[in-house]
Design a protein around this ligand. Structure first.
Ligand code: DQQ
Length: 588
């Protein structure tokens, strides 16, 4: 935690030195003199090919994702006037397959007194009548954060282009017990067996993060409950997300998503657990717990196995924030979107003319052992795979590396399995390291020799290897010699030989029994300035933004390396070049 906070401070400091007038309001740094400067040009070099982004300017949180009449809708926080945060509207895009996107005009933008100073994050709820409702945070003339509702003007338009905000807004107002500048990001609402709707809004009291609970009979008059759904001492909670997941033990619901709308159904409720995810304003990381939700008392209680703290489990251990999930009725799955912010400097963002992307949408489910959530890129992504190369049964000896040739890796999808024959050389794991994977990886970077590992990929690597981003594993022996700890790291410290960007090493532990099958899988989505990795088939995920200077276009290469004493084997490696989908050409 100390490390994460220190890094956030460092990041802020490096941003501050770039420009004179800055204000921090509600977690985003504000540059009043820059926020309405239109981008003169859009630099293409490091723009992503298949990750979601608009043609130009700043984006942040995904908002109100939903499926309606055959179309996936994604709204997101967007500055139509510049490439830093400001002038925020809900930009709006639609897709039939989550891959090709068409931009529409912004769906929600400041137009009324209750949102005149901003339309911030929120969620969609599809009501039992099929009508979608959007709940979002408006900033009123006194800079108070209030919650508003909006409805589509024309329900027969699958594009849902126009939204109307009833005059009875705001529907939720910060009362005297609530800090009006820390009260935002309403969740999707759910319906209780007592005939009341519920939703939560993120907030805080001093250092206590709160999921403030509201109830309503008619979706119009909302009353604050006497107690929050949940709280913890981790500072302001932004973008809470609360939803059910199927318990996979019984195979009936395995991996299938559960709709928040089904929460009141007793048969379904008995087979589900609940997830509460919060985005920590203080550290800019998210964590989640899995637990039980008592409908009668309206309290959520995390299971004891889930640390309810800022060292708890994360969807992603890298650049991934303000995420939001939705239930996809077309494929009966839950999908999570997350904002992958830039991590280069403000002058770089101004020069590029764009900042921010969304991570690849991920299907999410509870692991069969119930110990964690698992995420995997939506299957639709595979339609973009084109030229393919394969490597199998290739031993990488201690200290060696191997270049994967025959395809262009700068925009690619790499899916592979490593086998480890001999675990006896694994280094000893100190229990004190358990709560800070990131500090461990920072100390034991990809260049620090180990026993079993570091082994993994160098991606976006220049031919001379002066630039490279390492995605790798390191295996340790735990207290008793038969159990092991697996660490997954992303080391971007050598990703660019000249950039000043903030380049922290990101890391998480991987819950696998490596001694049992002696194998570990890694999938990495490489996309010019994004490296999005899924360890052990989605148990540990790490997304990083990197800004190579040499390893761009055809000069970006892919290597497999092994810096451990033990040899490792590539059992199988499949790599595909990825096509570029239609990405938001349209009306923006
Ligand atoms: N971004 C929004 C807020 C939210 C924050 C403003 C999280 O509603 O709390 O753009 O990134």
């Amino acid at each position: 935690m100390a490390t994460a906070a220190a890094k956030a401070v460092l990041l802020l400091a490096s941003l501050l030195q770039m420009t004179a007038v800055v204000v921090v309001r509600a977690s985003h740094v504000v540059y009043p003199e820059l926020q309405s400067l239109e981008a003169k040009q859009v630099e293409k070099k490091l723009r992503t090919g298949y990750h979601f982004q608009p043609p130009k300017h700043w984006i942040n949180d995904p908002n109100g994702p939903m499926y309606y009449k055959g179309l996936y809708h994604l709204f997101y926080q967007y500055n139509p006037k510049g490439s830093v945060w400001g002038n925020i509207v809900w930009a709006h895009s639609v897709s039939t397959d989550l891959i090709d996107w068409t931009a529409l005009e912004p769906g929600i933008y400041p137009s009324k007194t209750f949102d005149v100073k901003g339309c911030w994050s929120g969620s969609a709820t599809v009501l039992p009548s099929g009508v979608p409702a959007i709940m979002y945070t408006g900033i009123d003339p006194d800079e108070r954060q209030v919650q508003n509702v909006a409805y589509p003007v024309n329900l027969s338009d699958p594009f849902l282009r126009e939204w109307v905000k009833p005059d009875y807004n705001p529907i939720i107002f910060p009362d005297s017990g609530i800090n009006a500048s820390a009260f935002r990001d309403p969740t999707t609402a759910w319906y209780g067996p007592d005939g009341h709707w519920r939703l939560v809004v993120g907030s805080k009291v001093n250092m206590k993060g709160l999921a403030v609970l509201y109830r309503s009979r008619d979706f119009k008059t909302w009353v604050k409950a006497h107690h929050p759904l949940h709280s913890a001492h981790t500072g302001m909670w932004e973008c809470p997300d609360f939803f059910p997941v199927a318990v996979a033990g019984g195979s009936r619901h395995h991996r299938r998503g559960v709709d928040t709308a089904e929460l009141h159904d007793r048969a379904v409720a008995e087979e589900v657990k609940y997830v509460l995810k919060v985005s920590l304003d203080l550290t800019r990381f998210e964590y989640y717990t899995v637990g039980r939700y008592n409908h009668a008392t309206d309290r959520y209680i995390p299971d004891a196995a889930f640390p309810d703290n800022d060292y708890g489990l994360r969807y992603d251990y890298g650049d991934f924030y303000a995420s939001k999930s939705f239930y996809d009725p077309a494929k009966r799955r839950r999908i999570v979107w997350g904002w992958a912010n830039e991590s280069d400097t403000v002058p770089d963002d101004r020069r590029k003319g764009w900042a921010g992307i969304q991570a690849i949408p991920r299907k999410l489910w509870l692991s069969p052992d119930g110990k964690q959530l698992v995420q995997w890129p939506v299957e639709e992504l595979e339609a973009l795979r084109s030229k393919h190369v394969n490597v199998s049964d290739k031993v990488i000896k201690s200290g060696d590396n191997f270049k994967v040739t025959g395809f262009k890796s700068v925009q690619s999808d790499v899916d592979m399995v490593f086998a480890i024959k001999d675990l006896s050389k694994a280094e000893k794991f100190e229990p004190a390291w358990r709560n800070d994977a990131q500090a461990l990886c920072t100390r034991l970077g990809s260049h620090v020799k180990g026993g079993v590992g570091p082994f993994g990929l160098w991606v976006l690597a220049s031919g001379d290897l002066k630039e490279r981003t390492a995605v790798f594993f390191r295996v340790f022996k735990a207290g008793n010699a038969s159990s092991h700890v697996v660490l997954m790291c992303n080391d971007p410290t050598k990703s660019s030989y000249e950039s000043q960007a903030y380049r922290p090493t990101f890391a998480g532990f991987v819950d696998v029994d490596i001694a049992k099958n002696k194998k570990i899988a890694l999938r990495t989505l490489i996309d010019h300035s994004v490296v999005e990795s899924f360890g052990a088939r989605g148990k540990t995920c790490i997304l990083t933004r990197v800004y190579p200077r040499k390893a761009i276009g055809d000069d970006a290469h892919l290597f497999v390396f092994n810096n451990g004493e033990s040899d490792v084997k590539i059992t199988n490696l499949d790599a595909w070049e990825m096509k570029t989908p239609k990405m938001n050409a349209g009306e923006q």
